[in-house]
Ligand binder design. Structure first.
Ligand SMILES: CC(C)(COP(=O)(O)OP(=O)(O)OC[C@H]1O[C@@H](n2cnc3c(N)ncnc32)[C@H](O)[C@@H]1OP(=O)(O)O)[C@@H](O)C(=O)NCCC(=O)NCCS
Length: 331
């Protein structure tokens, strides 16, 4: 797909470093070789040196230029444990628990990113989304101006109103079940940043609802309107409108009728769903019924990128998510 080729090419220009915490998974070793061979990034693999080199031998891959770090013996382990304890001691974490946490490759990978040894981390081939997100949230925290970590999908439609490979950003489709207005605003602001970083487009954000500009009244509609107000206050430069039904958001002829004064309606490229039910069902409908390619979930709102994979991921998925994460590491 052209979009993914472009993303890999842009990632290559960054000259960054990706941490792969799940070094005991053969797919990670194979992905590391591609990242290195195609000069997309440098690679840090987390795990036991002998095990990783044996795996590389078994898979017949050359990862000789990768850095391997074993949290059990790495000389940075005490510093990282101390830093992590400082971050979490107000929650009752002891220094002993901080040292134990650093033995977890996910936490170790996140601390490498936090400390600036790498631009981003990618995991989830063996770990659940919850475990990946928890280590990222605990070690990296949220980005400035964003209250929650959320996710988005890049939905690539083969054709949309005479445009080939049209891309929309859908959010949140994977993390926050029932966002309140502030969280919904954060999801929108983070999605706009993702769109700029990865797609280099000018965001036009539609805050979706079953109502367009007062056509219905309900507390769920109020929630979306409040989120729009918060976004306008917190990010006045963003082009946002709502509440909008999805047809008014993306179809110019409907927008003319339902929201004629809107600068976003009919032209939205970022669709923010009011809750996770709508977002998750929405992206799967477009994927399954309209034949769109769904790229994601891309984790957003973290201070530095740590992306999640599906446990059924392929080697190519790991390479693509690594490239996306590299783009997300640049402001
Ligand atoms: C994010 C997630 C891991 C948090 O789960 P949890 O650990 O049970 O949540 P808790 O409420 O105990 O929160 C743990 C910490 O993370 C913080 N947190 C939880 N969700 C957060 C979010 N979305 N953004 C920022 N911080 C968040 C909490 O504030 C809390 O912080 P604290 O320990 O400093 O007080 C959980 O919501 C999750 O698993 N989400 C993914 C859902 C999923 O699997 N989706 C399908 C994938 S396709």
């Amino acid at each position: 797909m052209k979009l993914l080729d472009d993303i890999r090419a842009k990632a290559r220009q960054i000259g960054g470093t990706v941490v792969l915490p799940e070094g005991d998974d053969p797919r990670m070793i194979l992905a590391a070789e591609i990242l290195l061979k195609e000069k997309i990034s440098k690679v840090i693999i987390v795990g036991n040196q002998d095990n990783i080199m044996n795996l590389a031998k078994q898979e017949r891959v050359d990862i000789s230029s990768a850095e391997i770090t074993d949290p059990e013996i790495d000389p940075r382990k005490d510093d990282f444990a101390m830093n992590f304890w400082e971050l979490r001691k107000h929650k009752g974490l002891t220094l002993y628990q901080a040292k134990e946490a650093m033995k977890n490759p996910l936490y170790w990978g996140a601390m490498l990113v936090r400390a600036g040894f790498a631009n981003c981390a990618v995991a989830g081939a063996k770990n659940t989304t919850g475990n990946v997100l928890r280590s990222a949230i605990h070690c990296l925290g949220t980005a400035t101006g964003v209250s929650v970590v959320s996710s988005c999908f890049l939905m690539v439609l083969p054709e949309f109103i005479h445009q080939k490979e049209k891309v929309f950003v859908f959010a949140d489709c994977a993390v926050i079940p029932q966002p309140d207005p502030q969280q919904l605003a954060s999801i929108a602001i983070a999605s706009a940043k993702t769109a700029k970083q990865i797609l280099n487009i000018e965001p036009k954000i539609a805050m979706l609802s079953f109502s367009t500009k007062g056509s219905a009244n309900h507390q769920d509609v109020d929630k979306v309107r409040k989120a729009v107000d918060i976004i306008r206050e917190q990010a006045p430069d963003l082009s946002v409108d709502g509440e909008l039904q999805v047809d008014a958001a993306i179809i110019p002829s409907v927008a003319t009728k339902k929201a004629p004064d809107s600068s976003v309606a009919g032209e939205a490229n970022i669709l923010i769903f009011p809750d996770l039910d709508a977002g998750n069902i929405g992206y799967k409908l477009v994927q399954r019924m309209a034949g769109a390619e769904a790229i994601g979930p891309i984790i957003q709102g973290l201070a530095k990128p740590f992306n999640d994979l599906s446990r059924g991921c392929s080697v190519e998925d790991i390479v693509n998510v690594s490239a996306i994460s590299l783009l997300k590491s640049i402001d």
